[in-house]
Design a protein around this ligand. Structure first.
Ligand SMILES: [Zn+2]
Length: 381
């Protein structure tokens, strides 16, 4: 018999931490052996939650893992028909991107929900990084033209780029996120989950689905989830959060918009440069000792400083020390980020901003590239 994974939704548990939604995941091997684990999400109290049997989030969370193992999925609860339709196509994308890793799996569902109507309003994934800040800022300020969504809150997830056991770091980062969102008249919603801990799969692949599994639990509060883009339309390599696949994680009651692929990082920083509190609280660093501040000297920090320079901002307030040549001289770009540095050099030439730094950027690009360690990069930058 083919192996299969079963999803058993659990009852909502309201306790001092918040509202805990959970699902028992039972993996049954072809040999007859089985293992169980629990996936959970903790949402703030006083928010409307989906019905207990709503398994949209659990199915989205488990799909990559099932495709890697080649196990069919049996859901003992309900799933949106539109989500099932979208996930059919979503699977083809991943199977075509990585045929050696992902195979198509069958999904059987106890109850299919039909004809759902999304509620008004949108939430935005908010980590405090440049992509999240850009998306929240442009929608909150009505700067996305006809595409502007009625944003209600930013959602910051504990358990993604900041591990669950880093409580101090998370709350420091959340405090900054709350300040930034408050400045835009938006609420901060903190959601905690163990999804990254229980699926030991490539986070570069899983990050988008993991994020949507968190956001779609808010479908009674808002009918749209905005996810800030990483790459721009002229260059879209396979990635866990992508303008092609993110919308394929939409259900009948929760639509996903991948936002901002028309803007590169320098363009985005140019837009948010006018938002002083946002710049002060911008969180881009993933290498420093503290999760709630920017070290100023890692590759990501230095690259962001150069994006700022190209955008016309010198020494933005999210970094404690001024940029110096030593910062650039210490960087050996990995294969995955070289293209970003090439873009910076082109921006400097185009705008003339930071032109005195161009020789250092060129030297950096001539340095021997390290092997690609992209799978270690966290999401939410
Ligand atoms: Zn850093």
């Amino acid at each position: 018999m083919r192996s299969y994974v079963e999803l058993y939704p659990q009852s909502l548990d309201v306790n001092s931490e918040g509202q805990r939604r959970a699902c028992l995941i039972k993996e049954n091997a072809a040999t007859g052996e089985s293992t169980e684990k629990e996936l959970w999400f903790i949402y703030p109290t006083d928010l409307p939650m989906p019905e207990d049997d709503n398994c949209d989030a659990y199915l989205i969370a488990v799909l990559h893992s099932a495709m890697i193992m080649g196990t069919d999925i049996r859901v003992y609860g309900s799933v949106s028909r539109e989500l099932l339709s979208n996930l059919t196509e979503f699977q083809y994308v991943w199977e075509k991107w990585y045929p050696e890793l992902y195979s198509l799996v069958e999904i059987k569902v106890e109850h299919i929900r039909e004809n759902e109507i999304p509620v008004n309003g949108a939430v935005s994934a908010f980590s405090g990084g440049a992509d999240a800040q850009f998306t929240s800022y442009r929608h909150a300020k009505g700067k996305a033209g006809y595409r502007t969504q009625s944003l209600r809150a930013g959602v910051f997830v504990h358990g993604f780029d900041i591990p669950l056991d880093d409580i101090e770091g998370f709350f420091g980062a959340a405090k900054k996120a709350a300040e930034s969102l408050d400045d835009l008249d938006l609420a901060l919603l903190i959601v905690k989950t163990n999804i990254r801990n229980i699926f030991p799969i490539n986070w570069e692949h899983h990050c988008g689905a993991a994020l949507v599994s968190v956001l779609c639990g808010l479908n009674s509060y808002a009918g749209i989830g905005l996810i800030g883009s990483s790459d721009t339309y002229e260059r879209l390599p396979p990635w866990g959060s992508h303008p092609m696949t993110d919308p394929l994680l939409s259900s009948g009651s929760f639509r996903i918009i991948h936002d901002g692929s028309g803007f590169n990082r320098t363009d985005k920083l140019k837009v948010i440069a006018e938002w002083s509190l946002g710049i002060q609280n911008l969180r881009v660093c993933w290498e420093g000792d503290q999760s709630d501040r920017n070290c100023g000297s890692c590759e990501k920090c230095v690259r962001t400083r150069m994006n700022f320079l190209a955008a016309g901002s010198v020494n933005p307030s999210c970094f404690n020390t001024p940029l110096c040549k030593g910062h650039l001289r210490a960087i050996i770009p990995s294969q995955g980020v070289r293209v970003e540095w090439v873009k910076i050099s082109k921006e400097i030439i185009k705008t003339g901003n930071g032109v005195e730094w161009l020789p250092e950027v060129k030297k950096l690009l001539n340095r021997k590239t390290k092997s690609k360690l992209g799978f270690l990069f966290p999401f939410g930058t």
